[in-house]
Design a protein around this ligand. Structure first.
Ligand code: ADP
Ligand code: ZN
Ligand code: ZN
Length: 714
């Protein structure tokens, strides 16, 4: 046995672990430490996954550099990495690379920065010849602790600071957290019940589904449940959807607890790494973050919260296709701590877990404070006159809300002016050159845009098929509704909020400031309006085209559409004034829509879950999706056919294969896309089958992936 050989996981597809020899003087790293190793013709940063390896290999390559001696990936996360590699059928090295913050993955030094906050160490500083130092000392004495940058902003020099530090008059310090400043409201009885249940046993794994209607005060429950965990010296991880990590959310936690760490995509790599390290060292008690924050190491994790647990952004849709919600539950299990999953519209997965008594449901059926739930109304669009999608009855309702000084929110989940440009003479439609998709007409700037590959085209003068000048926009996008609303209600401002108008976050903040001033206005926008924001003066929510979502071929489309409608409806009447929700539909008898309106989300969800169970679909049966895409169609199709043959081996009893078929969007950016759906009778059967896959030698332009528990099938 050779004690100087270690096993290293490198971020490469397929075979991901390799043996390397340690050079004679190099200390032995811990499992979970990073090393730099030669790999192929280049070098790679890998993670040591085993030491004392018994290698029969004669000529092993040597580790070039030891980046850490002790583990940066603690044992708990190493175990999670191994589990994920098996569960998602993904190479261990790539799993570990996904878990590490980008800076650490690239080999950056994993040390916490010395704090750049300064305090005086003596009562006075007397050096009549050093004016600058004297002034700086006096400034720090008055404002301490002072951030170094703030001192520079106040006109002092870094060099002066260094001199004062050398003279021993000031020293760096860790800043004291901002003082909590909020007096919490007394909990409602439903909130109190939830809080009591969650905090009853903080030293065992329990999963709670906090099902609270919009505005019921779920956040207040999180905040109260966090208190005793912090008091006992524990740390708390709070996961939020990408779009919901607003300054508003963060502000609420800061006002209650002072210092809060934050991880989201707008930070620099260095900032992300620092936050990660501080959590690992136990220096931060609360971390709020989006999806990848689930991989943060902690000293003493005591509670996990997953807010809006149904949200799609918890599922990574490329590379390692993990679900942060599911991994959060896994981590709570291994730490033996409670986890709270909160939502007004829980995923069917979580509701299924409640049915099977794996999760405990904590309902918050009423809104907190004085706010009432909004009432629902349906407008049958068949045969209705309308102005750019606004029917006459809806126009009347909008007018009456505006006359009562209410604000109106109009929801339409499609940006642009019109989703297609059609020739009225021959039926030709403008399509993307690189995708099998129609082009969306945009009005500002005027162009045709492909929403799949982002290509832009000039708007043709005449039909490209028959040459007639008879092109007409068909269907409804937010730009068109904006135009219609402005024409119908010229006296009130109309604010459009979608991905095209929110590129500038300053402009968005300005719009929100105007909206929150409370004056009458109309907002029209996509799902960006549905999440996170609190509009206290909105009394009417209108859903223009409820049908589109329910008709999508994706198996999750009804669930997702119902969640979206309920979330956007939840923006109505959140303060003193009661709200109304009006839904336009060409299919007012659509059973999904009817259920949702008549029985609310719980009724809809129960029926939809029953559908999934009887159709043997997730969450009742586990699913995996194999996808392949390539520059030509046969290559991708052929690979999936080979996979199908491998999966059809005799031990594949209990496996159902659907496909391979072209993906509903069969070509995007000139790549042909195919999919093969796999349904299994049990988890173990699913994993046994997937383990049989042996990808053949592949041409470079072919890409394929395994998606376990896929979020969508498009
Ligand atoms: P949710 O997250 O369930 O949508 P929030 O936590 O944002 O709800 O609460 C909605 C509103 O109700 C907030 O303005 C919050 O301050 C208020 N609120 C929450 N709990 C209470 C309470 N117990 N008493 C009074 N107001 C409350
Ligand atoms: Zn034509
Ligand atoms: Zn395209």
């Amino acid at each position: 046995m050779n004690a100087r050989v270690i096993q290293v996981a490198v971020p490469r597809p397929l075979h991901a672990v390799y043996d390397y020899a340690l050079p004679p003087q190099m200390p032995l790293p811990e499992v979970g430490a990073r090393v730099r190793v030669p790999f192929g013709r280049s070098a790679a940063v890998g993670v040591c996954v085993a030491t004392d390896v018994d290698s029969s290999h004669a000529k092993l390559k040597q580790v070039t550099e030891l980046l850490d001696v002790s583990a940066v990936v603690p044992a708990e996360l190493m175990a999670l990495a191994h589990w994920m590699s098996g569960y998602y059928h993904h190479p261990l090295g790539e799993v570990l690379a996904t878990m590490l913050p980008a800076a650490a993955r690239k080999g950056a030094d994993c040390a916490i920065d010395t704090p750049d906050f300064w305090m005086t160490t003596t009562a006075c500083f007397d050096n009549p010849r050093a004016h600058a130092q004297q002034a700086l000392f006096d400034y720090i004495a008055q404002h301490q602790p002072c951030a170094g940058d703030a001192l520079v902003d106040a006109g002092h020099k870094r060099q002066t600071l260094r001199n004062l530090h050398k003279a021993g008059a000031v020293a760096p310090c860790t800043p004291t957290p901002g003082n909590p400043s909020e007096i919490p409201p007394p909990p409602t009885s439903a909130q109190q019940q939830a809080i009591t249940t969650i905090t009853r046993d903080l030293e065992g794994f329990h999963a709670y589904l906090l099902e609270g209607v919009t505005g019921s005060g779920k956040t207040e429950v999180y905040l109260r449940a966090i208190e005793p965990v912090l008091a006992a010296g524990g740390q708390v991880l709070v996961l939020v959807p990408e779009i919901a990590l607003t300054p508003q959310t963060l502000g609420r936690f800061q006002r209650r607890f002072g210092a809060v760490g934050m991880l989201h995509s707008n930070l620099t790599d260095h900032e992300r790494l620092q936050t990660w390290l501080k959590c690992a060292a136990g220096e931060l008690s609360i971390l709020i973050g989006t999806r990848s924050a689930v991989f943060t190491p902690f000293q003493q994790l005591g509670l996990i919260v997953v807010d809006e647990e149904h949200d799609a952004s918890y599922k990574q849709q490329e590379g390692l296709r993990y679900s942060a919600r599911d991994l959060a539950t896994k981590r709570a299990q291994s730490h033996d701590i409670p986890i709270v999953l909160g939502s007004a519209t829980p995923s069917l997965e979580s509701l299924y877990n409640v049915d099977r008594q794996r999760y405990v449901k904590l309902p918050l059926p009423f809104r907190a404070g004085d706010a009432q739930m909004p009432t629902y109304h349906l407008i049958d669009m068949r045969g209705q006159q309308h102005t750019d999608g606004i029917s006459v009855p809806l126009e009347r309702v909008i007018r009456s809300h505006l006359n009562n000084n209410g604000q109106v929110l109009v929801f339409l989940n499609r940006r642009g002016y019109a989703p297609s440009l059609l020739c009225a003479a021959c039926g030709w439609m403008a399509t993307c050159s690189d995708c099998d998709a129609r082009l969306t007409l945009h009005q500002s700037p005027r162009q045709l845009v492909c929403h799949h590959c982002s290509l832009r085209f000039e708007i043709p003068q005449a039909c490209e098929a028959c040459g007639q000048q008879s092109l007409i926009p068909v269907g409804l996008g937010t730009q068109r509704s904006e135009q219609g609303l402005s024409a119908l209600f010229p006296e009130v401002p109309v604010y459009r909020i979608d991905r095209d108008t929110t590129r500038s976050s300053r402009r968005l903040e300005e719009q929100f400031a105007k909206i929150n001033s409370g004056d009458r206005c109309i907002m029209v926008g996509t799902q960006m309006l549905a999440k996170g924001h609190h509009f206290p003066n909105v009394t009417l929510v209108a859903v223009l085209n409820a049908d589109a979502g329910f008709l999508s071929p994706d198996f999750r489309a009804p669930e997702r559409t119902a969640q979206l409608i309920v979330q956007v409806a939840g923006r109505a009447g959140r303060a003193q004034r009661p709200g109304e929700v009006w839904i336009q539909s060409y299919q007012p008898d659509n059973p999904n829509l009817r259920k949702l309106i008549d029985e609310g989300y719980p009724g809809f969800a129960a029926a939809e879950l029953a559908n999934r169970v009887s159709a043997a679909m997730p969450p009742a049966k586990p699913m995996a999706m194999l996808r392949a895409e390539s520059a030509d169609a046969p290559t991708a199709l052929d690979l999936l056919q080979q996979f199908k043959q491998q999966l059809l081996k005799p031990q594949s009893q209990g496996i159902e294969l659907l496909g391979p078929v072209p993906a509903p969007l069969a070509r995007i950016a000139n790549r042909y896309r195919y999919q093969l759906m796999l349904l299994a009778s049990s988890r173990s059967q699913l994993h046994r089958s997937l383990s049989q896959l042996k990808p053949p030698r592949l041409p470079r332009h072919l890409r394929w992936s395994i998606d376990v528990d896929p979020y969508d099938s498009l």
